[in-house]
Design a protein around this ligand. Structure first.
Ligand SMILES: *Cc1c(COP(=O)(O)O)cnc(C)c1O
Length: 383
């Protein structure tokens, strides 16, 4: 079962474009480039700025115009080095540059498909499972993914209120002794200044029944410069913290991103990945397999592949469920078990993550299991 290789223009194998080769950034001082606040200040936020980096298509121009005032355009200079200026199908471009198609709503699409607002007992908290909560620490991200499932909330809002805005959330967790796992997400929690994130971590760590802390982030992909020594030193005080990093395509794994992941791993943070299945971006088994292999090489353990949620304006990203099942079918058994994540559908209306997998059990009766293996050969197991 030989899968094809990735086309060269979709594959950076940890290179990307040198930023000096991009006209807009050619005179940037390397110290500025490495400063995450510089990266944030110099994000590409307009059609005019983006046109200096890539050759925009009509579809993209229209998408950007319509996106203004909604989930806005925000592309870090780092991400700009990953975009192919001449290929409208570039997987990085497709994830961060709006298309006009985003502004069409399809049947079954919702603004809050996972009904998070309904399962929110206090502002900023989603409590769906018995022993764990989702803690929404911020609404900002370094760059805005066009497939964002929380686009109803996410964006650069001016009000980054006082840390006291989390007091109700801390109180809720303190009062609920069953909560042993807090998943800090957003937005991107790594967007917070060191002090503000530390305040959250310190409060959560002071609750004795909170055993497990994890953070969901896309920063190693969108703004790896954020992972600096001072930040790591702060995070380390609250170890262990597990990190779930949003990776969708091998092109996102360049040298700079590898360095950020190495710093995190070397300092004891276990890394996992979360991937959204996206049409034309990673819906081919050979692309997904390559992504998972490259993640293992940088010590990131593939965790979930998500079916793209039916969030308004994302129909052009969604694949049939069969595409996800086929990806797992082409990986399980064919490659390292560590490379195979769990494919899940977040049950619309608040069902939580439901695993969907190829069917390996052909029949089960009277202690006799008829199974097929990854090659389709049949085996019987007697209990
Ligand atoms: C994804 C999610 C979690 C964590 O689920 P795991 O399967 O434990 O990773 C917790 N709460 C909510 C609301 C979630 O969406």
């Amino acid at each position: 079962m030989a899968l094809p290789f990735l086309p060269a223009n979709q594959l950076s194998r940890r290179t990307g474009i040198d930023y000096h080769d991009i006209e807009l950034f050619k005179d940037v001082n390397p110290l500025d480039w490495e400063d995450w606040h510089w990266q944030m200040k110099n994000r590409i936020r307009s059609k005019e700025a983006l046109a200096k980096v890539i050759n925009l298509t009509k579809e993209e121009e229209m998408g950007i115009r319509k996106a203004s005032g909604k989930l806005g355009l925000a592309i870090t200079p780092h991400l700009a080095t990953l975009m192919d200026p001449n290929d409208p199908n570039c997987p990085v471009r497709r994830q961060f540059v709006a298309l006009a198609a985003e502004f069409q709503t399809s049947p079954h699409e919702m603004s809050d498909p996972c009904a998070e607002d309904r399962d929110s007992p206090v502002p900023g908290l989603v409590h769906r499972y018995p022993d764990r909560v989702l803690f929404l620490a911020t609404e900002s991200c370094a760059a805005y993914c066009r497939h964002c499932t929380r686009r109803r909330l996410v964006g650069d809002h001016s009000a980054t209120a006082a840390p006291s805005k989390f007091e109700q959330a801390f109180e809720y967790i303190r009062a609920n002794r069953k909560i042993r796992d807090v998943l800090i997400s957003g937005g991107d929690p790594f967007m917070l200044e060191d002090d503000n994130l530390e305040e959250i971590l310190k409060n959560l760590r002071s609750i004795s029944h909170v055993e497990f802390l994890r953070i969901g982030t896309r920063i190693p992909v969108s703004l790896p410069q954020r992972i600096n020594e001072k930040f790591i030193k702060m995070l380390k005080k609250y170890s262990p913290i597990w990190l779930s990093i949003h990776f969708n395509h091998p092109k996102e794994i360049n040298k700079r991103t590898k360095l950020a992941c190495d710093m995190l791993s070397d300092n004891g943070f276990p890394l996992g990945s979360q991937t959204v299945l996206l049409r034309g971006i990673n819906d081919k088994p050979y692309v997904m397999r390559r992504l998972m292999h490259e993640l293992l090489e940088i010590r990131v353990r593939p965790y979930y592949i998500y079916q793209c949620d039916p969030v308004k304006g994302t129909a052009h990203f969604r694949t049939p469920v069969a595409a996800g099942i086929n990806i797992i079918e082409k990986m399980r058994g064919h490659t390292s078990g560590y490379a195979v994540p769990t494919y899940v559908i977040d049950g619309p209306g608040g069902g939580g993550k439901i695993p969907v997998s190829p069917n390996y059990m052909l029949s089960q009766a009277k202690g006799k299991y008829v199974l097929r293996n990854y090659r389709g050969k049949i085996y019987t197991y007697i209990e």
